[in-house]
Design a protein around this ligand. Structure first.
Ligand code: ACO
Length: 343
């Protein structure tokens, strides 16, 4: 007799939050030597949302979580764990997840952060899914939340035009697997190759924090300022290659044909990267969730925000197959497959 029931992870609530302040390309052009035309042509971005002075990443995450809980018809008392994917935590410690838990009025259940930069949500989904299949939790709030504007050099036009702030959240529920009712998480693949670490990074703001041979040139900035640094065109090239590979890999792993995918829900870095992945999958762009034009790159928040966008537009139908993918600093990248099981 089996000791454990076979469990499947389902998405039962979806939410998102964007700070009120919108920064258009035109306004940005008054701050650095750029133009609406350049930004649109190279990236597809038209505007981004910027966090208010008195807001933190945890505030964005908590707002997205409230919407996801409401959508699921649940309260914080129904939740067993909170996981926040972020690369812009409120503090070095405690975790942003513990702050979100407090802001939501939750008590005495596990809460922790995941740091996989733009792939944080995809990594988080893979991790939580594994834990839920193993019977560890019944309901988990998984949040991607970022205030990227706080770690940008606003005088560096090659990076500051690319990012925005926001948060997305899902409520995940473990249900006993039912062979008659297909649905829920199918599985994931994750990758990281740290040899690319120098191409995309933000140095540590606390000099001396990381000992070791790489510390002097990788993590410690003499001015003690954290800011995104990126070799954009090299990141672009590797991103297109790795994303093309990883979507093929996850489909092969789970025996699914390209033609079966109903929705591509990609990390939103650059419309040209999104289009390259859609082309690789031979998918029409109307089957791809696109928010990069309005949100820019919100790092770990971008996949759940893109999901929230198509969900709230009523585009997701029971039984549809969704492919999530992301690529970012590390480089870390990955993909998840989900069969939509929410009415
Ligand atoms: N406005 C006007 N001109 C600009 C700007 C700007 N904002 N930024 C750069 N330029 C100039 C450059 O100085 C350069 O000028 P030059 O030819 O006189 O030297 C020219 O535009 C071309 O620059 P490139 O960097 O070669 O432009 P490219 O076509 O590669 O586009 C971009 C740059 C948009 C950054 C692109 O490379 C890209 O999207 N890269 C990937 C970013 C990404 O995917 N990040 C992923 C994850 S982020 C994360 O993990 C946190």
């Amino acid at each position: 007799m089996a000791l454990y029931k076979e469990m499947t992870t389902h998405m039962i609530g979806v939410g998102g939050y964007l700070p009120e302040r919108v920064l258009s390309n035109d306004e940005l052009s008054t701050m650095v030597a750029t133009s609406d035309e350049w930004i649109r042509e190279r990236t597809g971005i038209c505007q981004r949302h910027i966090i208010a002075k008195d807001q933190y990443t945890s505030d964005l995450g908590a707002e997205a979580a409230k919407q996801a809980l409401q959508d699921a018809g649940l309260t914080i008392d129904d939740i067993d764990a909170i996981v926040v994917a972020t690369t812009t935590p409120d503090l070095i410690f405690p975790s942003t997840a513990s702050i979100v838990q407090h802001k939501l009025g939750g008590k005495d259940f596990p809460a922790w952060d995941i740091q996989a930069v733009c792939s944080g949500f995809v990594y988080g989904l893979a991790q939580v899914d594994g834990m839920m299949r193993g019977g560890m939790f019944n309901r988990v709030l998984l949040i991607g939340a970022e205030s990227m504007s706080r770690i940008l050099d606003w005088q560096d036009r090659s990076t500051c035009v690319l990012f925005g702030d926001g948060a997305g959240a899902v409520v995940l529920e473990a249900r006993e697997s039912d062979p008659n009712h297909e649905g829920g998480m199918i599985g994931s693949v994750l990758h990281c190759d740290g040899s690319y670490r120098n191409l995309l990074m933000a140095k540590h703001s606390h000099p001396g924090a990381v000992p070791g041979e790489d510390a002097a040139n990788l993590y410690i900035d003499s001015a003690g300022v954290a800011a995104v640094e990126m070799k954009g065109n090299e990141v672009f090239r590797v991103a297109v290659t790795k994303l093309g590979e990883v979507v093929g890999e996850v489909l092969d792993k789970y025996g699914i044909k390209q033609s079966e995918i109903d929705w591509l829900v990609p990390h939103q870095a650059n419309i040209r990267i999104l289009q390259a992945t859609a082309k690789k999958l031979k998918m029409n762009q109307d089957r791809m969730a696109v928010t990069v034009d309005r949100h820019a790159n919100t790092s770990s928040a971008s996949v759940p925000l893109a999901l929230n966008h198509i969900y709230r537009e009523g585009k997701l139908k029971l039984g549809q197959l969704l492919l999530f993918e992301a690529f970012g600093g590390g480089f870390a990248w990955g993909a998840n497959l989900v069969r939509w099981s929410k009415d």
